[in-house]
Design a protein around this ligand. Structure first.
Ligand code: UGA
Length: 420
C-alpha cells in the first residue's frame, strides 16, 4: 500500500520505516527543513537501536521518502497522524500539532477523488478523534467522514530502545474504526502479524492506549511503595517482586522497583487522564497517587545518601541521566529531580551517561560531565546509580566508595540499595 505519515518524530519514523520494511511505499511529511535534510542523507535525529540501518536501506531502495508539502499525500491511500501530543501545565494534552495536521490533511483531501483513510496514531485522551479530529477533517475537506473518507485510531505500544522489535512483534494490534471500511483498510496492513487484533470503536482504542500506560505506571509506583516498606523492614523487594511475578494474574514485568518512571509517555498520559477525569467531575484518587509516589521516589535516593554523609560540599557522582537505558531521552527523567536536589543541597555533581550528556548539559550546565563511568567515580565521596546502563554493573569501578543504587545494577562492599 502507499502510506503517508505526518510527523517524522519518534513514532512517525518507527512506524514509517517498519511499514517500508514490510514492503509498503512510505512517504513521510515533515515541516522542519533541517530534519528533512538530515533524514534524506540517512541521518536520524533520535537514538534508537537499528533505526539508522533501516533508514539508509529504505531511502536507497526508494521505499521511504521525506517531503515537506502535505499535498504529496494525494499519492497515497492512507495517512497516519504521528505528531506529538505534549502535556500542558495543567496536565491536559496539548492537541495543537494534531489539530493542525488534521487541518492540513483535510485541506488536501478536498482535492482527492478516491477514497482515503486517516488514522490517528498519536496518543490522545479518549473521544478526541471522534469529537475533535473528525469535525476538523470534515470542515477542512468539505467531505463527510464514513462516506467520502475513512477514519481510524491505531495506537502504538512502542518502547524507546526496542521500538522496532515492538512494532514488528506486537503483543496485540488495536484498531479503532469509524466504520467497517476504515477498519478493513487498517487491518489489511497488519495481515501478516500473528497476534490478536483488537477491533473496537475510535474512543475505545484511545482508552486502551492510555489505560495501558496508566496501568504500567501504576505497577511501577505500586512496587516502589512496597519497596520503600521492604527497605524499612530489611527485605529485598526484588525477591518479593520475583515471588509475586510467577502468579500469572500479576506477571513479572514492570515490577522493577527503583527511583521511579520517566519518559515522554507515562507521566504525560497519566496526567492527561487525571485532567480529563477531573474535568468530568470525577475524583481519580488512584491515578493521582501513582504520580505522587513517582515524584517522591527519586528523593529516596537522596534521603539514603543523607543518612550516610552530609551532602553540602561533597563530590557526588551520578551515573545515568537518560530516563532509561538505550536512549538519549531525558524527558521527565528522575535524574533531573535527583541532580536538581543535589545541587540545591550544595553538592559538587559529576555525571556520566553513555548517550544523554548533550541533552542534560543544556539544562544543567553546572554539572561536571565525564566520558566514562570510571572517570566519573574517581574522586567522588559517593555515587548514585540512577539509570541501569550495563556498564555500571562492573563492581570494580567503584572500589570502596559509597554506592547508592537506584536501579539494582550492582553489588559492592560499600553499598545501599534504594528498596533492598
Ligand atoms: C512506554 C510503554 O512501555 C510503551 O508500551 C508505550 O508505547 C510508550 O510508553 C508510549 O506510550 O509511547 P517508554 O516510555 O519508552 O514506553 O519506556 P518504558 O520501558 O515503559 O519505561 C518507562 C519508565 O518506567 C522508565 O523510566 C523506566 O525506568 C521505568 N520502569 C519501567 C521502572 O521504573 N520499573 C519497571 O519495572 C519498568
Amino acid at each position: 500500500m502507499r502510506i503517508s505519515i505526518i510527523g517524522a518524530g519518534y513514532v512517525g519514523l518507527v512506524t514509517g520505516l517498519c511499514f517500508s520494511e514490510m514492503g509498503h511505499e512510505v512517504l513521510c511529511i515533515e515541516n522542519d527543513p533541517e530534519k528533512i535534510d538530515s533524514l534524506r542523507k540517512g541521518r536520524i535525529p533520535i537514538f534508537e537501536p537499528g533505526i539508522e540501518g533501516l533508514l539508509s536501506e529504505h531511502v536507497r531502495k526508494g521505499r521511504f521518502r521525506v517531503e515537506e508539502d502535505p499535498r504529496e499525500i494525494l499519492q497515497t491511500e492512507i495517512t497516519f497522524l504521528c505528531v506529538g501530543t505534549p502535556s500542558r501545565k495543567n496536565g491536559e494534552m496539548d492537541l495543537r500539532f494534531l489539530e493542525s495536521a488534521a487541518v492540513d490533511v483535510g485541506g488536501v483531501l478536498r482535492e482527492k477523488e478516491g477514497y482515503h483513510v486517516v488514522v490517528v496514531k498519536s496518543t490522545v485522551i479518549p473521544t478526541t478523534t471522534e469529537t475533535t479530529i473528525v469535525p476538523i477533517l470534515e470542515k477542512s475537506s468539505g467531505k463527510k467522514a464514513g462516506r467520502d473518507f475513512g477514519v481510524a485510531m491505531n495506537p502504538e505500544f512502542l518502547k524507546e530502545g526496542s521500538a522496532l522489535r515492538d512494532f514488528m512483534n506486537p503483543d496485540r494490534v488495536v484498531i479503532g474504526a469509524l466504520d467497517e471500511r476504515s477498519g478493513n483498510c487498517v487491518r489489511s496492513l497488519y495481515r501478516d502479524f500473528r497476534c490478536p487484533i483488537v477491533e473496537v470503536s475510535l474512543s475505545t482504542a484511545e482508552m486502551i492506549k492510555v489505560a495501558s500506560n496508566a496501568f504500567l505506571a501504576t505497577k511501577i509506583s505500586f512496587i516502589n511503595e512496597i519497596g520503600n516498606i521492604c527497605k524499612s523492614m530489611g527485605i529485598d523487594v526484588r525477591k518479593v517482586a520475583e515471588g509475586m511475578g510467577y502468579d500469572e494474574r500479576i506477571g513479572p514485568q514492570f515490577l522493577r522497583a527503583g527511583c521511579g518512571f520517566g519518559g515522554s509517555c507515562f507521566p504525560k498520559d497519566v496526567s492527561g487522564l487525571i485532567a480529563e477525569a477531573e474535568r468530568r467531575g470525577l475524583d481519580p484518587v488512584l491515578l493521582r497517587s501513582v504520580l505522587k509516589v513517582n515524584e517522591v521516589q527519586p528523593l529516596k535516593i537522596i534521603e539514603l545518601l543523607e543518612n550516610r554523609i552530609k551532602i553540602d560540599g561533597k563530590r557526588i557522582g551520578v551515573l545515568g541521566l537518560s530516563f532509561k537505558p538505550d536512549t538519549d531521552d531525558i524527558r521527565e527523567a528522575r535524574s533531573r529531580i535527583i541532580v536538581g536536589e543535589l545541587l540545591r543541597k550544595g553538592a559538587i555533581v559529576r555525571a556520566h551517561d553513555p548517550k544523554a550528556i548533550d541533552n542534560f548539559r543544556k539544562e544543567f550546565p553546572d554539572v561536571e560531565y565525564l566520558r566514562s563511568a570510571k572517570e566519573c567515580v574517581e574522586g567522588c565521596d559517593a555515587i548514585l546509580i540512577v539509570t541501569e546502563w550495563p556498564e555500571y554493573a562492573d563492581p570494580s569501578i567503584y572500589e570502596e566508595r559509597l554506592v547508592i543504587d537506584g536501579r539494582g545494577v550492582v553489588k559492592t562492599n560499600n553499598y545501599e540499595g534504594i528498596c533492598w
